[in-house]
Design a protein around this ligand. Sequence first.
Ligand SMILES: CC(C)(COP(=O)(O)OP(=O)(O)OC[C@H]1O[C@@H](n2cnc3c(N)ncnc32)[C@H](O)[C@@H]1OP(=O)(O)O)[C@@H](O)C(=O)NCCC(=O)NCCS
Length: 202
Amino acid sequence: MVPVPRALSTPPTVLPGTACGSPQPVLPAAPGLVLRPWQPADAPAFLAAYQDPEIRRWHTRRPHSEADVHAWFDRYHQDWERERGAHWAVARSDGEVLGRIASGSWDFDDGIAGVSYWVLPSARGAGVATLAVTALAAWALEEIGFHRLQLDHSTRNRASCRVATKSGFLLEGTKRGAAVHDDGRHDMHLHARLRETRPGHG
Ligand SMILES: CC(C)(COP(=O)(O)OP(=O)(O)OC[C@H]1O[C@@H](n2cnc3c(N)ncnc32)[C@H](O)[C@@H]1OP(=O)(O)O)[C@@H](O)C(=O)NCCC(=O)NCCS
């Protein structure tokens, strides 16, 4: 077969095959805290998380049954295999789920990826989200080679704004009316962290 020439004039920032060539890794976030791939046994905890009013307030895409959760976990697996994104449970070393973190919308050409997260109410206020975002960012920027990680949150979600800022994601601006929540349309803050501007790396 005659190879089809690439339409893009510039080389990809991240070479295809960089991630999916190996199993999705377990990432250490802190002593006793890891990011690990979701397992079928996590389905009840994952489903229960979406009963929390704060998670429902900020996340409008929700599973409605354990069957939905298993379908989501299958899609997470496919996202990894097809290099579209990576989804992790934030968990204690003994396996207990404390939260969720994901990197989606992978664009290897420009080297850009998104980040999203939630933490269970019982685990909030202990730095779990900040540790998880920091560990994900280090892996995505240094091991995969993304140039830019970005996340957005409602301008009314001050806790998420704090997590983003503490994790080195600078506030770049406000996207007006950019997302619909249950109570209507919200302005969204855009934050990003670049490889060159990692804390301590100028
Ligand atoms: C936002 C969320 C992920 C934070 O998780 P967490 O593990 O408690 O976060 P951390 O402990 O790492 O840091 C929380 C920071 O936010 C601050 N914070 C928490 N609640 C806050 C609030 N209501 N207003 C302002 N700041 C708040 C904390 O004080 C802390 O900052 P500090 O260390 O300077 O004091 C968690 O509250 C959550 O899951 N909320 C519901 C879902 C959600 O908002 N997801 C993100 C959608 S973009």
